[in-house]
Write a protein that binds this ligand. Structure first.
Ligand SMILES: [Zn+2]
Length: 102
């Protein structure tokens, strides 16, 4: 695992404990308090989904599949996501979990 990914993973663990604390947390990549956490969930079960975790300032982030949506976590359903215009969906560069040599 890359050191940077490790930092993002740690930040996610903290954010997942209490999503309301996120606004005060520094971004692992740029240090700005601009982190966002959003879960994309199926409409019939909003308890488990894909976590999208990114920084609105430097537009870097990570995602995790099939994670439990915490209390106070923001989420959208897959249907809502599909209905969202492409330019309204946050786009960011994914931090890879491993660093390939060379
Ligand atoms: Zn950042």
């Amino acid at each position: 695992m890359s050191e940077l990914y490790d930092k993002w993973l740690h930040a996610y663990v903290e954010a997942e404990k209490d999503p309301r604390s996120l606004s005060a947390s520094p971004c692992p990549s740029c240090g700005r308090p601009a982190l966002r956490l959003l879960f994309v969930v199926p409409a019939d079960d909003t308890s488990v989904g894909r976590a999208e975790f990114w920084c609105d300032h430097c537009r870097k982030g990570v995602f995790f599949s099939r994670v439990t949506v915490p209390a106070h976590g923001d989420f959208v359903t897959m249907e809502q996501r599909r209905a969202t215009p492409r330019e309204k969906v946050a786009r960011y560069e994914i931090i890879p979990p491993t660093v390939h040599p060379g």
